[in-house]
Design a protein around this ligand. Structure first.
Ligand SMILES: O=C(O)[C@H](O)C(=O)CO
Ligand SMILES: [Mg+2]
Length: 252
């Protein structure tokens, strides 16, 4: 049966992270993931993970100054970008989290490409035991974000040539940018480190909109994908009232 990871950047985002972990456990999630956990004491986060038995699958590097969306592809910001990578690695190690999404920021062109590859290589080699993720974001939510498609991501991964560098396949962003999700999942499977889901286009629970996730869950299962899918959607009210989709997708 397919498992699901609650993305606590959006689900139970009104609770302190340790309590959000407990809420995800009560709701029956198989794992959790987050965006930016840095305001919370890693010991308290680890205690909640140990208490519930849930794994924290991933966290993000910090985004930088207000209005920025990551630093790792930005010329002249390498020192800060690597400090944020170091901070993310230390936090991930402290709580036993397996993956870090290194956020690129609003760069472009060959210079940004080279800088991003350098910073990704640094992250991969500093923490060879962790998976380092890169994630294409859609042009509506993040106009100008450096990484905007799977071909670009695959090209970066070939150039960086690091065994622990993987693609975050966020079905929400990639349906908007590229579509053809079933064939794309099949083709890119060896590059994928984590899969996320949300309704398109409203980023609500994955039970409506233009993607039928019953089909996508079946495709992934048939491809042999056996890791929890990240529920990274924005509930329109209390998270506990938004979870009808869980039984629907578990039944696939
Ligand atoms: O927004 C997303 O899809 C991401 O997964 C993220 O980590 C924050 O931008
Ligand atoms: Mg995502």
């Amino acid at each position: 049966m397919t498992g699901f990871s609650a993305n606590l950047g959006f689900l139970w985002a009104d609770l302190p992270l340790p309590d959000a972990i407990r809420a995800a456990h009560r709701a029956g999630f198989d794992a959790v993931e987050c965006h930016w956990p840095y305001d919370f004491d890693p010991a308290a986060v680890k205690a909640a993970l140990d208490e519930t038995g849930l794994a924290m699958l991933g966290l993000n590097t910090n985004r930088g100054k207000p209005g920025e969306n990551g630093l790792s592809a930005l010329p002249g910001r390498e020192v800060e970008a690597r400090a944020e990578i170091d901070r993310a690695i230390a936090y991930a190690r402290a709580i036993g989290c397996g993956a870090i999404h290194v956020m690129a920021g609003y760069g472009k062109g060959a210079v940004a490409d080279a800088i991003f590859i350098g910073n990704l290589t640094y992250a991969c080699q500093t923490a060879p035991e962790l998976t380092i993720l890169i994630e294409p974001l859609n042009r509506y939510d993040a106009p100008g974000y450096f990484l905007a498609g799977t071909a670009q991501a695959a090209d970066l991964m070939i150039k960086a040539h690091q065994p622990n560098l993987r693609l975050m396949f966020d079905c929400y962003h990639l349906q908007i940018m590229e579509g053809d999700l079933s064939r794309r999942l099949e083709k890119l499977l060896p590059l994928i480190g984590h899969v996320q889901i949300a309704a398109v286009p409203d980023r609500g629970p994955p039970d409506h909109g233009e993607v039928d996730y019953r089909h996508i869950v079946g495709v992934l299962r048939d491809l042999g994908w056996d890791r929890p899918l990240g529920a990274e959607y924005k509930p329109s009210g209390p998270t506990d009232a938004s979870l009808g989709w869980l039984d629907l997708l578990r039944a696939v």
